[in-house]
Structure formats: C-alpha cells, structure tokens
Design a protein around this ligand. Structure first.
Ligand code: MEV
Length: 303
C-alpha cells in the first residue's frame, strides 16, 4: 500500500571543522561551523508497514529488522523508549545532499533530523541540547570515541568553540567567511582514523597539544574577522594534521593547488585520510575563481 499523510518533517545541516579535529577528542578546543546549504531531510509518513527508506544509499528496510549495533537501529529503539512507540506504523524517509564517510557530519545530521522529526510526530518539545545529547549516544557507534563536536554544531546550527564535556560557546563572526568545502573524492571511516590516532597516543600528544593551542588562538582571529590570520592558522593546522598522519596525497595536492591559486588557507576537515577539505579565499570574488579552478582540475565543490 502506498504511504499517505505526512506526520512530521525535519532537516539538519552538514558541518565543517575549521580547527582542532582529533585534538578535540583529547579535551583540546575545536571550532566548527554548520553548512546550512548542504542538508539532510527526514519525513515521517503513515505507512502500511513500518520502514525506513533512503534512495541515496539504497536503503529500504523494516525498522524493526535493523539491528541495535547499527546507528539507525539503536536510534529508533532509543527514541521509542524515550518518547514512546509511534501511534501508527510509520515510514521514515531520508533525503540527503550529504556525502557519507566524507568528514561533513552525515552521521550526526541523520541522527539529528530523525530525532527532531520523531519528537515532532510525538508532539514533544525538545531543546537543541537534548537533541545533541541523544545524537551523541549514536555518535559512539559512528566514531567509537567521539568528542561530541559534530552533534553539538549540527544540533545548535551555529558556529561553535567547543571543549568536550565543558564548553559549547557560540561564535559571532563579523564577516561571512568566503570558504569553500571541496571533496577529495576519497572515502574515509572516522572510526578507523580516530582509533589509529588513539593507537599512536601518547607519542602524538605534542602534536595534539599544538593543535589545541593553535585553535585557542584562531578563535580570536575568527571573532575579529581577520581572514589572513585565519588562513595562516589553517595552514599551520594542516601541517600538524599531516604530521599526525591523517592527511593524504590527494588532500596535499588540492591544498597546494588552492594555495598556489591564491587561497589564504587550506586544510582537511573531519577525520582526514580522505573526505572533504575547507579552503579560505580572500573574498567572495576570489572564492568564485577558486571554485572554477578546482572544478576544472576534477575536484567536487560541495559548498
Ligand atoms: C570528526 O568530525 C572529528 C574528529 O575530531 C572526531 C570527533 O571529534 O569525534 C576526528
């Protein structure tokens, strides 16, 4: 039988980490911003049979058949426990522009859009902090040892300065940042990269500390809208991430091309070893030119 009647709908943005990935897992600060134009939408409808559907990833399954070891399986059980069972059989439909395993927070965005839609269906008011807290439980399956920065920035949908279990401070930026988010084209599983950085701990502690120190300085440049200083911090952050062994040849190549073409800064974003990069242009006109240069060399521009 065809689905009929929308019960609820919600959406969540992608995110990009400007500074501090990996170090943020160890209690150092991180800075992340939402990408409002890159979104994942969830619609809940009445359905003859309870199911979850995503055309992008070829998913069409009975909700109850998804095991609890799967993030979506765990989330649907958690929501039923917390907010009650759906009053009727439902279909959860996911429509996403976010690439998966690419450093843009697709896992957190999926959890957050489902949480918001589910609460709406049950007519339960829920705060951004509660949304973030539930999504954090699911991040443990995606990341193993998450800092919580992804669920926090996506749930609050504001630029944030973040310290694990301590600080979520919204950041006001005086200028709209001329940043590009581009895809290296290589997939990378956050859980594996985070685990590998953990295996190398405490040998890599000085690099993580240097990233933390740099992030606490970069936030001042961000608040002041000082783009040249921000670019310098981004390049230094990328150098440290390279030393942490989480960059890769393709990311290094794209960073070189962007900087040689006049970008102020270029770095990987998220776990690294593939995924996306964030590039800072001097202004919006240069951003357009960089977009064309990168697209010509085969790089996918995401935002
Ligand atoms: C992933 O987007 C960012 C990492 O720092 C992991 C985390 O903070 O949970 C690599």
């Amino acid at each position: 039988m065809a689905d009929s009647g929308i019960l609820a709908c919600a959406s969540a943005p992608a995110k990009t980490i400007l500074f501090g990935e990996h170090a943020v897992v160890y209690g150092h600060p991180g800075i992340a911003i939402p990408l409002p134009s890159l979104r994942l939408d969830v619609t809940i409808t009445f359905s003859a049979r309870s199911r979850i559907v995503s055309r992008q990833v070829g998913l069409n399954a009975e909700i109850d058949s998804i095991p609890e070891s799967d993030p979506v399986g765990k989330l649907t059980r958690l929501l039923a426990e917390r907010f009650g069972m759906p009053p009727v059989p439902i279909a959860i439909r996911i429509n996403s522009k976010l690439p998966v395993a690419a450093g843009l927070g697709s896992g957190a965005a999926l959890s957050i859009a489902i949480i918001r839609a589910y609460a709406q269906m049950m007519r339960i008011a829920i705060t951004d902090s509660e949304v973030s807290e539930i999504a954090f439980e699911i991040e443990k399956i995606y990341h193993g040892d998450p800092s919580g920065i992804d669920n926090s920035v996506i749930a609050h949908e504001k630029p944030i300065y973040y310290i694990k279990n301590k600080t979520i401070e919204p950041i006001e930026t005086p200028v709209e940042l001329p940043i590009l988010v581009v895809d290296s084209g290589l997939k990378s599983a956050t859980i594996d990269v985070v685990a590998d950085v953990r295996r190398r701990f405490p040998g890599n502690r000085p690099i993580l500390e240097a990233i933390g120190k740099l992030t606490s300085e970069a936030v001042q440049a961000l608040k002041a809208g000082d783009l040249p200083a921000l670019g310098t911090f981004m390049n230094e952050n990328q150098r440290l991430l390279h030393n942490l062994t989480v960059s890769c040849g393709e990311i290094d190549r794209i960073a070189r091309l962007a900087l040689d073409s006049g970008a102020l800064g270029a770095k990987l974003t998220g776990a690294g070893r593939g995924g996306n990069m964030v590039i800072l242009a001097a202004d919006h006109a240069q951003k357009k030119r960089l977009e064309q240069i990168l697209a010509k060399s085969g790089v996918t521009v995401r935002s």
